[in-house]
Design a protein around this ligand. Structure first.
Ligand SMILES: O=P(O)(O)O[C@H]1O[C@H](CO)[C@@H](O)[C@H]1O
Ligand SMILES: O=c1cc[nH]c(=O)[nH]1
Length: 270
């Protein structure tokens, strides 16, 4: 049967994510790193991990958290458009909770590089998210996801800083990074970002929260500061901080799995 342009799924498989065949039912909680390489890094804090596939920036794997729950991981790539696709397709594949596991640039001196943060809200401002409903203050993390992150961080003894973020569709000028001939524009943009009163800047959280919220999927974001724009610091050895963030995320995902629908554990073999 020909595929519909309006709804280009085929035999239960989405047009973008490498998932969806009948035998590959995804678990109800999915971690969403931006970077496809962070899917493989997540494997270091999961058991029985295997990659289901990769298409474009979407690398998808499934593994077991230390308590035994199956957890999915799907990279979103950089920015709102690919993130929207990932969240929409995961929701239709049966995922009920998504948790961004990302990096950000901190905007205040109180968040040094390496700090693990939970985003409670993203202020409105990025493109893909603007097509989805959210209040004037921007989309918020689901309370159950925030509660799970707090508990996971406490159990693992990882300090967790609660923040708000600005999600921006630009890494250079849009995040106030000067380009030759555009230094004044970059400085003006940096002033705008500081004026938002948020703690960090990154490129996907608003989309994750807005799209998931619109689809009735629980969402949150745990973000590690890769850089600090107030002190101009950059974390060169990023791996340990990412692993700390991923341990918190996996533990939170396990807590969130426990209050979600029972899992079809036989659906994925390792
Ligand atoms: O590390 P990830 O999750 O990709 O997140 C951050 O890093 C990328 C920019 O380098 C953007 O995607 C930004 O949001
Ligand atoms: O400065 C930064 C660091 C990580 N991710 C971003 O989007 N910006």
């Amino acid at each position: 049967m020909a595929r519909s342009a309006q709804d280009p799924w085929h035999r239960g498989a989405p047009p973008h994510l490498p998932a969806g065949a009948a035998a590959e039912a995804l678990p109800p909680v999915c971690l969403l790193p931006g970077d496809p390489a962070r899917v493989d890094l997540t494997a270091e804090v999961l058991d029985d991990f295997r990659i289901l596939g990769q298409n474009r920036e979407f690398r998808v794997g499934v593994g077991r958290a230390p308590g035994g729950r199956r957890i999915a991981v799907c990279s979103t790539g950089i920015g709102g458009p690919s993130t929207e696709i990932a969240v929409v397709e995961l929701a239709r594949l049966g995922v009920r909770t998504v948790l961004r596991t990302g990096g950000m640039g901190a905007l205040t001196g109180r968040i040094p590089p390496g700090t693990v943060c939970a985003a409670g809200r993203a202020v409105p401002g990025s493109g893909a998210a603007s097509h989805y409903p959210a209040g004037p203050a921007g989309p918020a993390a689901h309370p159950a996801v925030l509660t799970a992150l707090r508990r996971a961080a406490r159990d693992l003894d990882v300090p967790l800083t609660e923040i708000t973020v600005a999600t921006v569709d630009s890494y250079y000028l849009g995040q106030g990074r000067p380009l030759p001939g555009h230094e004044e524009r970059a400085a003006a943009r940096m002033d705008v970002l500081r004026g938002l009163g948020v703690d960090g800047v990154e490129m996907e959280t608003e989309t994750v929260l807005a799209v998931a919220g619109a689809l009735g999927v629980r969402a949150g974001a745990v973000l590690v500061a890769h850089a600090n724009r107030a002190t101009d610091d950059w974390l060169e050895d990023y791996r340990p901080a990412q692993l700390a963030m991923l341990r918190v995320a996996v533990s939170a995902a396990e807590l969130l799995s426990n209050d979600d629908a029972p899992q079809a554990d036989s659906a994925v073999t390792s």
